[in-house]
Design a protein around this ligand. Structure first.
Ligand code: DLL
Length: 433
């Protein structure tokens, strides 16, 4: 089912004409109202009037997360504070959070995009949406909530945490759709098993999972353990929150980006050059309808590629491939580029290990070291030491073969790696520089 037929299936030509019209409006708007953009465009020698085609977008300089930090909290807002009806923030690992503000129309558009997204995932009026994304400054909870209400579903505003209660509510209230991070969904399955709850007896049919990287293998694991269809949803607070892109249940392959609101580009993360359609690189997004904090060519640091082929679902909005990691999460270990998601894929293909792991990076003298800590299942754990040694050797070899990096493998007891209610912390980097 499609939520907004008119816009979601707009022929490409009309969609691109709309994008150009909106792009020109937004460039004019920020040039007039945001000193930061006026300065940036002047420095680049670009005037709003020079933006005559979508290709002209390339003439505009990038906006970086650091630019948002430098203008903390409200410096990039394009409207006076009294027009802002909501403020969210994303907490970085260091320093002050990145602050975003929404006008009433921004909230309305966001709800519309989340309504499209949930519908694409197979949810509709009549569903009971169990929303376990965190409510608060994080955009996940309220973003999913407003979209769920927009489609007329019954939304349960659970937020994260209190896992046993979540399971009770799911059973008693007949939740049909689960929204949370993929790692939390596995934790729910684990606690259900401990409590003797047969998750297959729940009414869940779809899960809408995002906010952190996950892999195809993890999807298979979730689908099997929770007995539902697992759909990937993407978003980031700087651009809006959840619902920038979503997989459709028809294809479950690639995430449609709502192109009447956002223009995606893929660039080379080192040179900034725009890459040919279909090549992998860093996703850059320009918002073309936002009022509160419009962003031109925002560098997301997320790595993906555009899937140029049309989708079987009938939506004309281009898809991006499942996000494979972030350019700033990429670990460089003795010169080898490693994404945590690659290690995850290797681990999940090995029998006897559980989908809970952590990567510990350190330095021994001048040499980087990588330790992969992974839980084994109960059965394997009670095996002889020899079996465990063989298993850890097998993992070491598989990682070496796939990624070309040598690591230490430490098999740990079931349930010893900290579970998360939101985004899982997969990497601990103890290197100081
Ligand atoms: O995570 C918004 C969100 C909430 C998305 C709920 C989906 C569901 P931030 O906290 O600002 O916003 O974090 C954004 O999370 O740049 C990606 O690196 C990562 N991320 C989000 N969705 C996915 C996904 C929310 N489906 C950052 N796959 C982004 C991989 C994702 N990474």
């Amino acid at each position: 089912m499609i939520w907004n037929d008119e816009f979601e299936t707009l022929p490409r030509e009309a969609l691109e004409a709309l994008q150009l019209k909106r792009l020109r409006q937004v460039v004019e708007k920020v040039y007039a109202t945001v000193p930061f953009y006026q300065r940036k465009l002047n420095q680049a020698g670009v005037t709003p009037a020079q933006i005559k085609s979508l290709d002209d977008l390339r003439r505009i300089p990038f906006t970086l997360k650091q630019d948002m930090r430098d203008s903390y909290p409200y410096g990039l807002f394009a409207v006076p504070l009294e027009q802002i009806v909501r403020i969210h923030a994303s907490s970085g690992t260091t320093g002050k959070p990145t602050v975003v503000g929404y006008t009433r129309r921004d909230i309305d558009n966001w709800s519309e995009m989340m309504a499209r997204s949930l519908t694409a995932a197979g949810a509709h009026k009549g569903d009971v949406i169990h929303n376990a994304y965190g409510y608060g400054l994080f955009t996940g909870g309220l973003g999913a909530h407003y979209g769920a209400e927009r489609i007329g579903a019954s939304v349960i505003p659970m937020s994260g945490g209190n896992t046993r209660k979540q399971l009770m509510i799911m059973q008693d209230f007949g939740s049909t759709v689960l929204t949370c991070t993929p790692s939390y969904s596995l934790f729910l399955a684990e606690v259900a098993a401990e409590e003797g709850i047969d998750i297959k007896k729940l009414k869940l049919k779809v899960g809408v999972f995002g906010a952190e990287p996950w892999s195809e293998t993890m999807r298979a694991e979730i689908e099997q353990k929770l007995h539902l269809k697992a759909i990937d949803i993407y978003g980031l607070s700087e651009i809006m929150g959840p619902g920038v892109g979503i997989e459709c249940i028809e294809a479950q392959k690639g995430l449609h980006v709502w192109e009447d609101h956002f223009i995606p580009e893929i660039i080379h993360p080192d040179t900034g050059e725009v890459l040919p359609l279909g090549e992998p690189g860093e996703l850059v997004i320009t918002t073309i309808t936002k009022e509160g904090i419009p962003l031109l060519r925002y560098r997301t640091r997320d790595i993906t590629r555009i899937i140029p082929e049309p989708c079987i679902c009938g939506r004309t909005h281009m898809r991006i491939e499942r996000l494979s990691g972030r350019s700033d999460d990429m670990l460089i270990i003795r010169g080898v580029n490693v994404f945590p998601s690659q290690i995850e894929s290797v681990l999940f293909n090995i029998k006897g290990v559980e989908p809970h792991y952590q990567l510990i990076v350190d330095r021994d003298g001048t040499l980087d070291t990588l330790e992969v800590r992974v839980e084994v299942n109960e059965q394997t754990f009670s095996d002889e030491i020899k079996v465990l040694q063989t298993l850890s050797k097998k993992i070491r070899h598989a990682i070496k073969e796939m990624l070309g990096v040598t690591c230490q493998v430490r098999l740990v007891e079931p349930k010893t790696i900290a579970r998360s209610e939101g985004k899982a912390q997969r990497v601990i980097d103890n290197r100081t520089s």
